[in-house]
Design a protein around this ligand. Structure first.
Ligand code: C2E
Ligand code: MG
Ligand code: MG
Length: 550
């Protein structure tokens, strides 16, 4: 190893950027370099003979021989060599700053000395502070970001806290229209509104570009109302003034950050589905509904693929003579574990999963086969089609294929389309209805009276019958408003040359009222529940040829 002489060492230490202190076993300074004076502000003369605690701030100073405590000789020289201990140093003017210290020990003439290299960490510290700040905060709003929010949540004590998440509707659309400056200014304004109203135990964060999260206490419900009102106030930047809508989701009380945020976010998503600007609280009932939904979804695909669905037929009777003129085909699903699941529950899921087309095709094919086997050849079968089926490009081809395969006249088939599905895309529906008419297939508008069809559309639609919704039938014969609506539907149908069918007829009183109003056909438990096709065919018996029937 190169043998430095003491002059060389003095020169080297003199140019070091680190402050160098050598102290004796009592902690008295025996030597310093130029950087020590620069860093701490004391002249060399002041250092020499002074205790090292001179550069140590309270409370370490009071703990006798501050720096030395960490570097006791009995812990071994190796232990202290090169160790980077983070401490605070104190300048002559009393100000504190972060330092990193490395200490080595040596002996000379039977005495022990320590040399400390002290590095000023103020700049590095502030860079680190900045980085830490940026890692935990959203740069645009200055609010906590997801990580910061999670850390602060974990650090703050409290039980039964609730989380609220709100999404600014159309934030992205506005951002596209008004640009980056607008979106940053708006986010800052939102943050400012939040911060000024937060109570000490509450906190706010920005968890996505258009979503913010709030940690609230037991009064969360009321607080969310207040905050929603505050956020509704207009936002002005230059000449642009906009009003924004926040949709809120609220968790139930809990302590687990991730699940609180997740459930609040989920509630927020669902609030959006039921209307913008709402407040939706997550409840255990809601969770159970979703668990059931998922259970159904996972089994539905298999049930459809493996033909586990069943078809039942419900008779439709002409009110004038109570003769069966048709049947409605309804799907049934008896799930081994979950029991009978009503179609109103699983058909919307099938639509979401893209399975409804398969169900319709199967129902169509089964319905045609069953009605072909019906002893009365005048009886028609009505199959329910979902809006998605109707919009499918192969819709007409699929229908005529099915009819051809069953070798059945198109007049034996009726399609039921809900009124709300029909008004979804009026011009496409119109095209489809024309094609059905050309094919010779009948069409009924199902659940009529609930879908707000504009009368002008109805005039254009090539349909054959209106099915009066069960809601109006249920209240007959006593409800005057139900009577008025039923009467209006009958008048409308007559004017347009359409047949009327009442669904959900359970009592003689209802049947008589409907008959009196001039309704043509009725369907309901009074005439027969939905039943297996074999039973339906027995009920019908052989045809008693009626000239008017199709
Ligand atoms: P919808 O087409 O309006 O069917 C009438 C519903 O009323 C049926 O319920 C039927 O069982 C029920 N109902 C019949 N008579 C009475 C009565 O006297 N009283 C009462 N309270 N209810 C009666 P279901 O079978 O549960 O079907 C519900 C809905 O699910 C149907 O309403 C239809 O929109 C849909 N659906 C059923 N089967 C299918 C299908 O194969 N495909 C599609 N896309 N939808 C279907
Ligand atoms: Mg129907
Ligand atoms: Mg209906």
């Amino acid at each position: 190893m190169f043998d430095y002489d003491s002059d060389a060492i003095a020169a080297i230490l003199g140019t070091s950027l680190d402050a160098v202190f050598t102290i004796d076993a009592q902690g008295l300074i025996v030597d310093t370099n130029a950087a020590a004076s620069r860093m701490f502000g004391w002249p060399r003369e002041a250092f020499l003979g002074a205790n090292i605690s001179l550069i140590v701030p309270s409370p370490l100073k009071e703990q006798h021989d501050g720096f030395l405590r960490a570097f006791r000789p009995d812990r071994g020289v190796k232990h202290v060599l090169g160790s980077g201990q983070r401490l605070d140093g104190q300048r002559q003017d009393g100000s504190r700053f972060p330092v990193e210290v490395g200490i080595s020990a040596f002996e000379r003439d039977g005495r022990r000395y320590f040399t400390g290299f002290v590095r000023d960490m103020s700049e590095r510290q502030s860079a680190e502070d900045r980085m830490r700040y940026l890692a935990l905060h959203d740069a645009e709003s200055g609010l906590l970001n997801y990580r910061g929010f999670a850390e602060r949540f974990a650090a703050a004590a409290g039980s039964g806290r609730r989380m609220a998440v709100f999404r600014i509707e159309e934030f992205r659309r506005f951002s596209v229209a008004y640009g980056e400056r607008w979106s940053i200014a708006t986010v800052q304004e939102i943050a400012a509104r939040l911060v000024t109203t937060l109570a000490p135990h509450e906190m706010a964060g920005r968890v996505r570009d258009d979503s913010f999260a709030l940690c609230l206490g037991s009064d969360a419900g009321a607080r969310v109302e207040t905050l929603a009102a505050l956020l509704r106030q207009p936002y002005a930047l230059d000449t642009t003034v906009v009003q924004l809508t926040a949709t809120f989701g609220l968790s139930s009380p809990g302590d687990d950050f991730a699940s609180l945020l997740r459930t609040a976010q989920w509630a927020c998503d669902r609030a959006g589905a039921t209307g913008r600007g709402g407040i939706n609280a997550y409840t255990d009932g809601l969770r159970q509904a979703v668990v059931r939904e998922l259970a159904i979804e996972s089994r539905l695909r298999e049930a459809v693929r493996n033909n586990r669905l069943m078809l039942v037929l419900q008779p439709k009777c002409r009110l004038a003579d109570r003769r069966i003129v048709g049947a409605e085909a309804l799907v049934r699903w008896d799930e081994p574990q979950l029991g009978a699941i009503p179609p109103a529950e699983f058909i919307p899921l099938a639509e979401r999963l893209g399975l409804v087309g398969e169900i319709t095709d199967w129902m169509l094919q089964r319905s045609l086969a069953e009605i072909a086997a019906c002893p009365d050849p005048t009886i028609s079968v009505a199959v329910n089609f979902s809006a998605l089926d109707f919009y499918h490009p192969d819709f007409v081809a699929r229908l005529s294929d099915a009819l051809a395969a069953a070798a059945l006249s198109p007049h034996r088939l009726v399609i039921e389309l809900t009124e709300s599905a029909a008004i979804h895309d009026v011009s496409l529906v119109n095209t489809r209805l024309q094609a059905l008419r050309a094919l010779g297939v009948g069409v009924s508008l199902d659940d009529f009276g609930t879908g707000y069809t504009a009368l002008s559309y109805l005039r254009q639609f090539a349909v054959d019958a209106l099915k009066i919704d069960i809601a109006f039938v249920r209240d007959l014969p006593d409800s005057r408003s139900a009577i008025s609506i039923a009467r209006a539907i009958v008048a409308l149908a007559r004017g347009l040359g359409l047949e009327t069918i009442a669904e959900g007829v359970e009592t003689e009183a209802q049947a008589n009222a409907l008959s009196g109003l001039g309704v043509d056909v009725a369907q309901g438990f009074l005439f027969g529940r939905p039943m297996p096709p074999s039973e339906f065919n027995r009920l019908v018996g052989p045809a008693t040829a009626s000239p008017g029937a199709r």
